[in-house]
Design a binder for this molecule. Structure first.
Ligand code: TPP
Length: 321
């Protein structure tokens, strides 16, 4: 892999981290009036997967969608305006953080119903096949959504029809406060389950962007050969509370020690050290990146705050029943 791509992947992770930290910092101003599910600590998966995609490929996601949207090339201004509920937002201010849609970026949507996006993305894959198009549809899901019935149904259908869908599970071990141990049998293995459907499947370190990039590349090649869908699972850890800007280890559903052990495995810091050791990245370049990102974020917040709320006459438009 060339240095330019490595630098780009580092930049993309850093950008998402700083954006979400800024959202967390300004959330208490009470102008962002929708719930926010941050991906801080989990950025490598979005960036490592999306670095393999083309503009025309599709991405879909869940309630925790910011990183996926931005990594796919979504507009920060349109995302911030959406979180502020403004008409200039990517969903015209009617969706908020959990309902991001932007056809220009190939981001077909995110849905907060756990598992709900899985059959939708499978349907997108079916559409691609029926229209004999060439792109793939990537759907990011959390570990809890693999417990929903639609997970099995969708894998079955996608395998049957050899659909160009890449299922990417971000396993952060928790569904809100419930660890995997109270939700799934101890030896359950989603990779084995996907393989049992005849689907190409693999897993990797979700905090190692190069691992993610390479594993994803292999999976996409399988899909592009016409072999049907692929399932990938990456282990990672969300640093902040399930929903909202704060840290919540003190409430007792996980230990501070566990959290600190994952902090040491920060995907950005570790990649930064690696790139510095390889002589690919310097402190001066990192400072420049930070300045560029800070300035972009400042502009995006100004844009969002200065934009208008949707007009009252728009209340019933774009509703489907
Ligand atoms: C069908 C359904 N059940 C419950 C919820 C409430 N809920 C919202 S997010 C969430 C946890 C989802 O966990 P996971 O899919 O692992 O994603 P993560 O939040 O860890 O990224 C739950 C239970 C929901 N939105 N939809």
């Amino acid at each position: 892999m060339n240095s330019a791509l490595k630098k780009k992947m580092y930049f993309d992770m850093l950008r998402i981290r700083i954006i979400e930290e800024k959202i967390a910092q300004r959330y208490s101003e009470w102008e962002m009036r929708c719930p926010v599910h941050l991906s801080i600590g989990q950025e490598a998966i979005a960036c490592g997967v999306c670095a393999n995609l083309n503009q025309q490929d599709y991405v879909m996601s869940t309630h925790r969608a910011h990183a996926h949207y931005l990594a796919k090339g979504g507009s920060l201004k349109k995302m911030m305006a959406e979180i502020y509920g403004k008409a200039t937002g990517c969903s015209m201010g009617k969706g908020g953080s959990m309902h991001i849609v932007d056809l220009d970026a190939g981001f077909l949507g995110s849905t907060p119903i756990v598992g709900g996006v899985i059959p939708i993305a499978t349907g997108v894959g079916f559409g691609i096949t029926l229209k004999e198009e060439k792109q793939i549809c990537v759907v990011f899901i959390g570990d809890a959504s693999t417990e929903e019935g639609v997970f099995s149904e969708s894998l079955n259908f996608a395998a049957l029809k050899k659909l160009p869908v890449l299922f990417v599970c971000e396993n952060n071990f928790f569904s809100v406060y419930s660890p995997l141990s109270v939700r799934q049998p101890k030896d359950r293995d989603n990779v084995a389950i996907a393989k049992a459907y005849g689907i190409y499947a693999d897993k990797g370190d979700g905090n190692d962007i190069l691992d993610i990039y390479k594993i994803t590349r292999k999976a996409i090649l399988q899909i592009q050969k016409g072999n049907g869908p692929a399932y990938l699972e990456f282990d990672t850890y969300r640093w902040r509370e399930h929903c909202g800007p704060n840290f919540d280890n003190h409430i007792g559903y996980r230990t501070e020690d566990e959290y600190l052990s994952w902090r040491k495995r920060c995907p950005i810091e570790n990649f930064e050290n690696q790139l510095k050791e390889e002589g690919i990245l310097t402190t001066v370049e990192i400072d420049k990146m930070n300045t560029e990102i800070e300035s972009e974020i400042e502009q995006a917040f100004i844009f969002a705050k200065n934009s208008k709320f949707p007009d009252a006459t728009e209340l019933y438009s774009h509703l489907y029943a």
